[in-house]
Design a protein around this ligand. Structure first.
Ligand SMILES: Cc1cc2nc3c(=O)[nH]c(=O)nc-3n(C[C@H](O)[C@H](O)[C@H](O)COP(=O)(O)OP(=O)(O)OC[C@H]3O[C@@H](n4cnc5c(N)ncnc54)[C@H](O)[C@@H]3O)c2cc1C
Length: 270
């Protein structure tokens, strides 16, 4: 399936909002998850084809020109207008997705598969804990919008500096803390330290934690070992890996998740 760029808007320093419409979006069926995402395909520069393409037929194309698959959260799907909003965090001139978003213009096409998803706020929880970096801002924004007004929602977001903050809306009782790497002595531990230092409200909670792999892993360990998180009602996993392209990350992700599973077992209180 593909959509066409309708509009491009910079919504903060580094974050580009793209609204897709037209194309084949009339047939789009959303998934019943707050964090629903698509697997989008980005075409390398100079490749001898354009969207829409048949992935099977592209098997003949040389590897440097194969489309690059990247996952992106559907920030918003408007069923009436059939418009899909995606917020891309751009991180320099490396990679494919961020660079595509920086150069996108109306009429450009984006082909994708999906959607998939895994998290919706647990309606039996007394409160919700959400934390993440720029890559998780869209999923956290969509999740807190899906929360009931009776719930407490605690959110920690880490970005480089105040210019990268975004306004988030929720019916829930939202307590949002923005954290800044630029002021930190250990930028990669900012999120973990904020969660460690936070006094958790009483009652049942679920957690939605996403972002850089090593950072998320440490937070996961802490929540399982020290905070009795209910893993089955939570979603705590990496979205990207520092110094790895998505292809490099996916090639080691299976082992990473297996190591994480063993760590989970070792972290459980005896
Ligand atoms: C389920 C899911 C949903 C996601 N939703 C979103 C979303 O809505 N918006 C969004 O912006 N991202 C989202 N991401 C993360 C996004 O898929 C990755 O950041 C992806 O690697 C970007 O691809 P790229 O081609 O731009 O860079 P790549 O080619 O993958 O990487 C190039 C270089 O950039 C670095 N890099 C990659 N991502 C980041 C980052 N976020 N910050 C700093 N450096 C980075 C890499 O480590 C590498 O060194 C999501 C990921 C998952 C798994």
């Amino acid at each position: 399936m593909y959509g066409e760029v309708e509009s491009v808007e910079r919504i903060s320093q580094g974050m580009i909002r793209i609204i897709l419409g037209g194309g084949e979006l009339n047939g789009f069926v959303p998934a019943p998850f707050a964090d629903q995402y698509i697997n989008a395909y980005f075409i390398p520069k100079g490749a001898p084809y354009e969207a829409p393409f048949d992935l099977e037929q592209l098997k003949e194309v040389k590897s440097g020109f194969q489309p690059r698959a990247r996952r992106f959260t559907i920030r918003k799907w408007d069923e009436k207008s059939k418009l899909m909003t995606i917020d891309f965090f751009t991180h320099g001139d490396q990679g494919h997705a961020g660079v595509w978003a920086q150069n996108a213009k109306p009429g450009d096409r984006l082909q994708f598969k999906g959607p998939n998803g895994s998290y919706s706020p647990d309606s039996t929880a007394d409160w919700h804990l959400l934390a993440g970096d720029e890559s998780a801002i869209p999923a956290i924004s969509a999740s807190i919008e899906a929360m009931h007004s009776s719930k407490i929602c605690i959110a920690f977001m880490v970005v480089d500096s105040p210019e990268q903050e975004i306004s988030l809306q929720s019916d829930a009782k939202l307590k949002l803390t923005w954290l800044h790497r630029s002021k930190a002595t250990e930028p990669e531990a900012v999120l973990l330290e904020a969660i460690k230092g936070f006094t958790f409200p009483s009652g049942k909670y679920d957690a939605f934690i996403h972002g850089e792999a090593a950072e998320v892993r440490e937070i996961r360990k802490h929540l399982i070992r020290d905070r009795g998180v209910d893993k089955s009602a939570s979603s705590i996993s990496p979205y990207w890996r520092r110094d790895h392209t998505d292809e490099e990350w996916r090639s080691v992700k299976k082992q990473w998740l297996e190591d994480q599973r063993k760590e989970d077992e070792a972290s459980l209180p005896k």
